[in-house]
Ligand binder design. Structure first.
Ligand code: PAF
Length: 324
């Protein structure tokens, strides 16, 4: 299969490396030319347990991709979109939309919510899928990725397909991608309720991500800080309130799952902690910010989430000021 991975951050590099090692034709679309060159010259290194592998995907910078005229003959079967929400620009979505008009399907891997609505303005809804994953990975350099924790991935249509015929064609293509991901060593299953799955994961991220970023601790440490537990619980319960107001069904043991993710990914630096440490903008707008937005529509106030939101936004502002 011909697969393009758009966005060479931690999840993008992990997917590109493992799919290429499993024999798929992979092209990585990077933000910088420097990263594309590093991958082309030296390969994409994957560290997994005690093993190290070198994958050889093709790499191209977004600036070059923009110059290519989308042609049906070269259109990939899949675009795996792994940029963070803050990098989902209109320009990027317009370029990807042109390839999707040629028959390519797009699978969006973003954390949080809100991206489906933005993507649907550029990509035909019938070609748009979303993924929710708990894979853990850390980018060590421009061309080295460390697989820090094996997780699970659910994929499915972003918006339920209408016609039975369309549904069948879609499912066949999704199953082919799932089998490629299985061969690459990922645990993946198909779901027909991605909205619900995205919300369940959102509540996990809304507890773990801002707290790990503020306290500068790996996920597992949250469970060892006794005074923190009531705050974790408040963040979670406010999320439940917002989800119910939005008519989203949550898994009954979701609170247990929040604790389990902390335990299972104990040594991981959450994506928000990684962003703050590197002085990058975070995904707070699409995590706790998205909860606040949903709550506002129903006249709800989420005090704990609002405090997290303001604190992370303040860190971002401080970093911007010191970078000026
Ligand atoms: O954003 C993250 O880092 C991950 O979604 C999770 C599950 C919190 C694990 O680190």
């Amino acid at each position: 299969m011909n697969i393009w991975v758009v966005g060479a951050g931690s999840i993008g590099m992990l997917l590109a490396a493992k799919l290429a090692l499993a024999g798929q034709a992979v092209r990585v679309v990077t933000h910088s030319e420097e990263q594309a060159r590093a991958i082309m010259d030296e390969g994409l290194r994957l560290v997994e347990g005690d093993n190290e592998y070198v994958a050889r995907p093709e790499a191209i910078a977004f600036r070059q991709l923009k110059r290519l005229a989308p042609a049906a003959a070269q259109a990939p079967d899949w675009l795996l979109l792994t940029v963070k929400q803050q990098h989902l620009t209109d320009e990027l979505m317009t370029v990807l939309g042109k390839w999707c008009a040629r028959g390519t399907r797009l699978l969006a891997w973003q954390n949080g919510i809100g991206h489906v609505e933005r993507l649907a303005d550029h990509i035909p809804a019938s070609r748009l899928d979303t993924a929710v994953t708990t894979e853990g990975a850390r980018k060590n350099s421009l061309n080295e990725i460390h697989h820090t924790g094996f997780g699970m991935t659910r994929i499915g249509c972003a918006i339920e397909p209408g016609e039975a015929e369309e549904r069948q064609g879609t499912e066949q293509r999704q199953k082919k991608l799932i089998s490629a991901l299985h061969m690459a060593g990922f645990e993946v299953s198909l779901s027909n309720n991605m909205r619900e799955i995205a919300w369940n994961k959102l509540l996990v991220n809304a507890v773990i991500n801002p707290l790990t970023a503020l306290l500068q601790v790996p996920n597992g440490r949250l469970l060892e800080l006794e005074p923190l537990m009531p705050l974790m619980r408040s963040l979670y319960e406010e999320g439940v309130e917002a989800a119910h107001a939005e008519n989203v069904r949550l898994q009954e043991d979701l609170w247990e799952q929040v604790l389990e993710v902390c335990r299972r990914t104990a040594n991981n630096a959450s994506s928000m902690l990684q962003d703050v440490t590197a002085g990058r903008p975070t995904e707070i707008d699409w995590v706790n910010g998205a909860l606040l937005q949903a709550a506002r529509k129903h006249g709800l106030t989420l005090m704990a989430n609002s405090t997290m939101y303001r604190l992370i936004k303040s860190i971002e502002a401080k970093q911007r000021q010191s970078g000026e």
